[in-house]
Design a protein around this ligand. Structure first.
Ligand code: NAD
Length: 499
């Protein structure tokens, strides 16, 4: 049995705790590796390595730091197939989707090549007589990222690329369910020229997370995962004086107006609802058609498409639409929520619970499910299902549809399908959700914009990647400077103002 340890000080190190978590192949249900769960002492070693390496890195000019990112991008492209295969093997998503996972991280590395420009400060010449004022952005020191299972390449890169480009050292605590790709990324960073100690991967569970949150050397924590854990990490990290940004779960609504292109809307819902088996924080899990005629037409288009979805292992190639869920517990939980929806009285139009695949009977597969006539009071509406299950909630008016999205506790992403620019504009202006699509189902912003949800989908300030990533991983220092010039004003006892 393969064991996966940690990556500390530029080297693989074995775990010493004697505690391990199972890493499954979700397509076969087999345990394919054991990942070590770190002790506090192992985290201490990683932090000590990071703290020792960071000052020299911060003093390295930003252009040379950016060149490491440049080389890293090249190596990611070189190893794309290998990374995607390792990712699919532990996560279960299809190979094209796994490549997308790597590429969405790579795009953030590309953005970070602009570090010299992004780190330029502000300067005011002549802020007072003979006085110049300038501000600079300096790295925080040692910072950490705690990431979820569903994007094991993209989200670690969203965190460590900007942090390292800014001159910090980084401790990554990836998901214990798919730990191989994060370690491969750390190896590539070393190959790209990053000095040892600046990117450490410490595997673990709650114990390692708590050790990070309490460690006095770690200055900032970037978290992505489920909402209860995001809220917990935010509270504990900030109570310990750390900077924190913690992104949580989602229940993304897509509103379909009667004037929408119904074929386009149905295709969008299939891709955004069922891609990656619904295990995406930007998956559309609620469709809100406006008017019964729109709802009837939409459900009639969706049902045969969902029944025709091809579910299978990533090894089956491009012919597969989505793969298994990540673990047996996830499968049992999602099927249990479908049972619950039936009990609550929602209309289960397509039932994928019975799906089984010859040769892969122990894999964590299920087929796509479609609920119609879901209502606000049902648990399946309130809960993030995180599986291949789409709920149709019928609204009679645009205002009612908008109200549904606005009243939901999550506020990650949303979309509207319409041909009416005025309605789309009104929706984008009023909705209290962080990322909005107009005839675009998964509005994940590109690397040079920023990613972040509102309400219970995000805790703390500043979004991920883009200019906000650079702000989060740096702090501002402002210098007011005057050089002796022969002007002698004597002591000043009142606060200086720009008279
Ligand atoms: P999770 O909350 O179970 O785990 C996330 C991280 O927290 C992992 O590293 C895990 O080891 C750690 N963790 C788990 N339980 C913990 C505990 N009790 N105490 C301390 N740490 C703990 O999330 P997941 O199942 O890996 O990922 C899926 C969730 O992530 C979904 O809710 C999804 O919506 C969300 N997500 C959000 C975004 C976003 O940007 N908003 C992006 C991707 C995923």
């Amino acid at each position: 049995m393969q064991t996966i340890g940690h990556f500390i000080g530029g080297k693989h190190v074995e775990g010493t705790s004697g505690r391990f978590a199972d890493v499954f192949n979700p397509a076969t249900g087999e345990v394919q590796a054991k990942v070590a769960l770190a002790t506090d002492a192992e985290l201490d070693t990683a932090v000590a390595n990071a703290a020792a390496a960071q000052p020299a890195w911060a003093a390295t000019n930003p252009q040379r730091r950016a060149r490491v990112m440049m080389k890293f991008v090249e190596l990611l492209n070189r190893d794309m197939d290998k990374l995607a295969e390792a990712l699919s093997r532990e996560h279960g998503k299809t190979l094209p989707d796994a490549k997308g996972d790597v590429i969405r991280g790579l795009e953030v590395a590309e953005f970070c090549i602009g570090a010299p420009h992004l780190l330029k400060g502000d300067y005011t010449e002549g802020a007072g007589p003979g006085i110049d004022m300038y501000s600079m952005r300096q790295p925080l020191g040692v910072v950490a990222g705690i990431t979820p299972f569903n994007f094991p390449a993209m989200i670690p890169m969203w965190k460590f690329c900007p942090a390292i480009a800014c001159g910090n050292a980084f401790i990554l605590k990836p998901s214990e369910r798919d730990p191989s790709v994060p370690i491969m990324l750390a190896e590539l960073m070393i190959e790209a020229g990053l000095p040892a100690g600046l990117l450490n991967v410490v595997n673990g569970d709650k114990g390692a997370v708590d050790a990070i949150l309490d460690h006095e050397v770690i200055q900032a924590v970037g978290f992505v995962g489920s909402t209860p854990i995001a809220q917990y990490v935010y509270s504990r990290a900030t109570a310990n004086g750390k900077r924190a940004q913690c992104f949580g779960g989602a229940k993304n609504h897509m509103i379909i107006m009667p004037d929408a292109d119904m074929d386009q809307a149905a295709d969008a819902l299939i891709g955004a609802g069922y891609g990656a088996a619904g295990e995406r924080c930007m998956a559309v899990s609620v469709a809100v058609p406006v008017g019964d005629a729109t709802a009837d037409a939409l459900v009639a288009k969706l049902a045969p498409k969902i029944e025709a979805l091809k579910v299978g292992p990533y090894t089956a190639g491009d012919d597969v639409d989505f793969g298994p869920l990540v673990t047996k517990e996830a499968l049992t939980r999602v099927k249990g929520l479908v049972d619950q929806g039936v009990k609550e009285g929602a209309d289960l139009v397509v039932d994928g619970r019975g799906f089984s695949m010859q040769g892969y009977e122990d894999g964590f597969f299920m087929g796509g499910c479609l609920f119609d006539k879901v209502t606000k009071d049902m648990d399946i509406y309130k809960t993030e299902i995180f599986g291949p299950v789409l709920s149709v909630v019928r609204a009679q008016t645009y205002e009612e549809a908008l109200g549904l999205a606005m009243d939901h506790e999550y506020g990650n992403g949303t979309a509207i399908y319409t041909r009416d620019g005025d309605t789309a504009r009104d929706f984008a202006a009023r909705v209290n959700i962080g990322m909005v699509g107009i005839n675009v189902p998964i509005p994940v912003p590109l690397a040079y914009h920023t990613f972040g949800g509102w309400k219970k989908s995000g805790f703390g300030d500043l979004n991920q990647h883009g200019p906000d990533g650079f702000k989060f991983y740096t702090r501002t220092k402002t210098v007011t400077a005057r050089w002796p010039s022969g002007i002698k004003e004597g002591a000043e006892f009142s606060i200086p103002t720009m008279k």
